[in-house]
Design a protein around this ligand. Sequence first.
Ligand SMILES: Nc1nc2c(ncn2[C@@H]2O[C@H](COP(=O)(O)OP(=O)(O)OP(=O)(O)O)[C@@H](O)[C@H]2O)c(=O)[nH]1
Ligand SMILES: [Mg+2]
Length: 231
Amino acid sequence: MFSLFYGLWKYIFSKTEFHVLILGIDKSGKTALLEKLKTLYSNLEGLPPDRIVPTVGFNIGRVEVLNTTCVLGPGRPGMIQYPKQAQYVTKLSSFLYLPQPGLRSIWEKYYEEAHALVFIIDAACPSRFEDSKSALEKVLIHEDLQGAPLLILANKQDLSEAVTAEELARYLNLKKLDERVYMFEAVSAFNGTGIKEGVEWLVEVMERSKRTEMLRNRAGVDGPTYSFISG
Ligand SMILES: Nc1nc2c(ncn2[C@@H]2O[C@H](COP(=O)(O)OP(=O)(O)OP(=O)(O)O)[C@@H](O)[C@H]2O)c(=O)[nH]1
Ligand SMILES: [Mg+2]
């Protein structure tokens, strides 16, 4: 009996965790974004921009993004629905990516486990758009990332030379995006412009995505939609 109540308690109050990869070429602003996310979504104050140095290895951050009432619609076959008023917390873990050959095997493990991707581009540096484009194309054809929703950030909007999200989309002219849920968003990791809009969109699509369902099934979790962690 206890275990039944405990199970129910866990079912209602446990937290959903999503793993999000933050990808981008060097100096695009991955660390600055991660620090801004900490400031926006946790009690921790992220590092100020002038203390951020090029990353050696990678960083992992964990932030809570939305504290929403669960509104899962009519269940698909095999999906147990939440009680209507169930509260759950969406967590977003961020893995910072650095494309160093030695770390390849490490970050490929993260690829497999990622629910979604953020790809960040320095929108104020057109001379490196081509580098970003080819890095992103490689990511998009990676078989471990199939179906992962994608948020592309046109970063550094606080700089006057930054191109808009639309201009960046036109420039990238990505062909591989058709079957993937994606969005471009103009942001500044310095002043926070656009970050909430982008991240909250991502959380919403992750909740509904086939990839989330696939990861859940692979983890062998029955019942509630996501692999749960408590506490
Ligand atoms: N003006 C402006 N500068 C930014 C912004 N985001 C990052 N920067 C600057 O861009 C440079 C690179 O930022 P990082 O966050 O270190 O970039 P990164 O992608 O983590 O770089 P690596 O760790 O080398 O891969 C730093 O000088 C930052 O201060 C932004 O939104 N606006
Ligand atoms: Mg960095």
